[in-house]
Design a protein around this ligand. Structure first.
Ligand SMILES: Nc1ncnc2c1ncn2[C@@H]1O[C@H](COP(=O)(O)OP(=O)(O)OP(=O)(O)O)[C@@H](O)[C@H]1O
Ligand SMILES: [Mg+2]
Length: 265
């Protein structure tokens, strides 16, 4: 009986110390990142809905509006962001991490540390969390107006680490017009709300008038549908060749300008 009580007491102490550690980590990271004005996650639990597309185009739209912008590829095991930007090659192994830059936008991604993008990164959750912590804790961002975080799908390690370690302004959720995408995006919104992170709004991507996924997510989560991005094959063509659509297409540019206006800061 006494052993059991001691065991229980020890377990409680261990739990208590790991909670304190998370709180302490969050405090330290946010102190380090205090020269970043706004931190926005681009998120959906559904894969392939256009999170990276929305993250990259939002980042470059903000950049062209004159803001200083950073972009974290938080898709640690399947990083795509540098491919979307046509950035290849080997990078500085300086520590703290030096982001790569394209047109003034600063980016960190796991693909900076692999010599062949096709090689799989096979990591368990704790390593994924560790990498995210490195990106947040040990990157030399300088002064930024916006840090945009491109999240992977799912509701586990990566989104949880971001939520635990970073004081976000909130998430912009991405869905497609399809019901199944909407349901999975609602899951991410509910996770955010349960963990105390604001939902800044929902973007319906690949919008073609054949469904109402954006409205469904907005209604269910009580948030605003802040924009629609039209389905357009130029997205696929441009991302495959490392071009950023907002830099080349007036219609796409106007869609992202409207989204940024709705985000409101
Ligand atoms: N509005 C759009 N119209 C047409 N194609 C699009 C649009 N948005 C994104 N795509 C294309 O859809 C594919 C998936 O987009 P993207 O990689 O941004 O999704 P994701 O949600 O980040 O995926 P993952 O869950 O794997 O991270 C890409 O080839 C992209 O170019
Ligand atoms: Mg992605």
């Amino acid at each position: 009986m006494a052993d059991n009580e001691n065991g229980e007491a020890q377990k409680t102490t261990m739990m208590h110390s790991s909670i304190l550690r998370v709180i302490e980590d969050k405090k330290n990271i946010n102190q380090k990142l205090s020269c970043i004005k706004h931190k926005i996650g681009i998120y959906s639990a559904k894969g392939g809905v256009g999170k990276t597309t929305v993250a990259v185009n939002t980042a470059f739209m903000l950049n062209s509006m004159g803001y200083k912008v950073g972009l974290i590829d938080a898709d640690i095991d399947c990083p795509n962001t540098l491919m979307f930007l046509g950035i290849k090659g080997t990078f500085s192994d300086e520590y703290p991490l030096k982001p790569v830059e394209k047109d003034g936008v600063k980016i960190v991604s796991t693909s900076m540390f692999v010599d062949d993008v096709k090689k799989p990164i096979i990591w368990r959750g704790p390593l994924v969390a560790k990498m995210i912590r490195e990106f947040l804790d040990n990157t030399d961002w300088g002064q930024l107006d916006y840090l945009i975080i491109d999240l992977p799908p799912g509701t586990s390690d990566a989104p949880l680490s971001i939520i635990q370690l970073l004081s976000l302004d909130g998430f912009v959720l991405v869905t497609t017009p399809r019901h199944i995408a909407a349901v999975n995006t609602i899951r991410s919104g509910m996770m955010a709300k349960r963990l105390g992170v604001a939902v800044l709004g929902v973007v319906e991507n690949m919008s073609d008038g054949t469904g109402s996924g954006g409205e469904e997510v907005a209604r269910e989560l009580g948030c605003e549908l802040i924009g629609k991005v039209t389905a357009n094959k130029l997205f696929g063509e441009m991302s495959d060749s490392g071009m950023v659509p907002v830099q080349h297409d007036e219609h796409v540019k106007r869609e992202f300008e409207a989204i940024i206006k709705k985000i409101g800061f």
